[in-house]
Design a protein around this ligand. Sequence first.
Ligand SMILES: Nc1ncnc2c1ncn2[C@@H]1O[C@H](COP(=O)(O)OP(=O)(O)OP(=O)(O)O)[C@@H](O)[C@H]1O
Length: 533
Amino acid sequence: MSTSERCAGYQQLKKLSSTIKPFSVFWVLPEGWGGFVYAKVVSQTINTFCASTDAVISSTHVPSQYRNQRGNTEYPDWGKKQKLASIAQNIWNKMVELKPTRETAYHMTHDGYLKLWQLEKPVLEGYDVIFIDEAQDCTPAIMDIMLAQPCGKILVGDPHQQIYSFRGAVNALYTVPHTHIYYLTQSFRFGPEIAFVGASILNVCKGVKRTLVGTLQKGNVCGTGQTEGSVAILSRSNVSVFSEAVRLTEDNPQCRIHIVGGVDSFGLKRIMDIWVLMQPDEKRKKENLSIQDAFIRGFSKVRLGGYMGLKRYATNTEDHELEAKLEVVERYHTRLPELIRRIYSCAESDPTRADYILGTVHKAKGLEFDSVMVTDDFMKVTSPSDIRALVSKGNMVCDEWNLLYVAVTRAKRNLTINPTIYNILTMVGEYFLRSELTSVIQQQSPTLSCCIRNCSNTLDPRCPVSMLKLPVKYVSHAVLQGPVCVQCVQRRVGPLALLMEHPERLWSQQPPDEDEDELQHMPIDVDMLVALL
Ligand SMILES: Nc1ncnc2c1ncn2[C@@H]1O[C@H](COP(=O)(O)OP(=O)(O)OP(=O)(O)O)[C@@H](O)[C@H]1O
């Protein structure tokens, strides 16, 4: 029987589910191997198998480490891995069967029937060439199907946009033997400013020196550009997407917001169900509050422990999506029903009619917007030592840098960066300094006091040209802007900057009390110096 016939069969039997849920697996675990932690490990084992090219489940598909019930990292030995693999294989065998079942753990999933198709070794007839986009995020199972085809293959992708390692994606661009390789380093989406920000993230965080080039169109990366056209606020997590929706609709209740992927798939109904679960029994009965989602409703039973039980489940199974929803419920607590109603009433299904487009980077991948604002919930970087510490954590951190890179490269004209990107730009010598007539600076800042933190110097009004720190706006606040004294400029653009100042006055000024560790890593912005002279 072909996979397509099988799929029709699963559909008829109502034996299809989108994903394997640890909660379903939990009910079919054998004695002695119960609990949510094993349910998570077995689910992950089946997922890894489905993403692989292998025909049977083995200990290689079992995670080499996982968080146990106490929150400690556990490293299963070979015997334990064998047992977990055989539990997973039993479940997989039942998933494949074309028999009705009441256990949702035995439902076939999308990744599951893709796996069956791969094992069937399909031959796609009638194609001269297959074009495989987003090849950096394909699983080995998908690549196995594609590469086995007798026609030509073109793989397209960007290794720095790989953001699905956690789902078993392996960057095929580096592993597949090829006859030709072409580097597409120019993007037609944006101009040099946004390209520089993208290239700086790759350079500082991943040590990649190949430059990303834009076109000649003008761009703004200070968050101060004219916001015409589509404006997207991109976040790392769903919690921030929710917070942004709350903030925007609080500031302006008439505001129209579009949530990438749709307001329903964002899970507002499930968030509301979790909130209901959190309410005491009497309140639920008195106000006739019901829980729609069967999974959440399950936890209202005493033996599963109510809201706290659901929280334990999310922690034990490392279900980050559920953890995010719980965080939203706890953060907004009593206000939640009103906020959800407000978000629904401001939601706009057509992005072209929305004032703001909100979404996570995972959802916004492949899209582009005239203006992009990056929220501050991405990986935090304050110094080069942060980066060194993070790099040692391997692949998952690599995905985090890629997420930041994907976020900024969605912008066509205007970019609002976050503090981490600001710090990364500092590490490549971009201090947002510009030379300006001192008389012009004085109109804005009559005292000519240096705006750098911990510096009490002032600028000399007799100097014809001085330095100004440009205003940079983040999503939530603006950073310091204003005049910068010669001592502070010298630390950033090199000793020739001292030529801007009268020697007597220069010796009378103290260098500011800046963090020495930070200063050691401050690169000299030679281009700025050239521009100055
Ligand atoms: N040759 C070209 N001349 C002018 N504009 C182009 C050209 N090719 C693409 N563009 C424009 O550049 C933008 C980016 O193109 P496209 O979406 O194909 O890039 P991409 O490589 O798939 O981007 P990403 O993978 O980052 O999402 C689009 O607005 C597209 O219309």
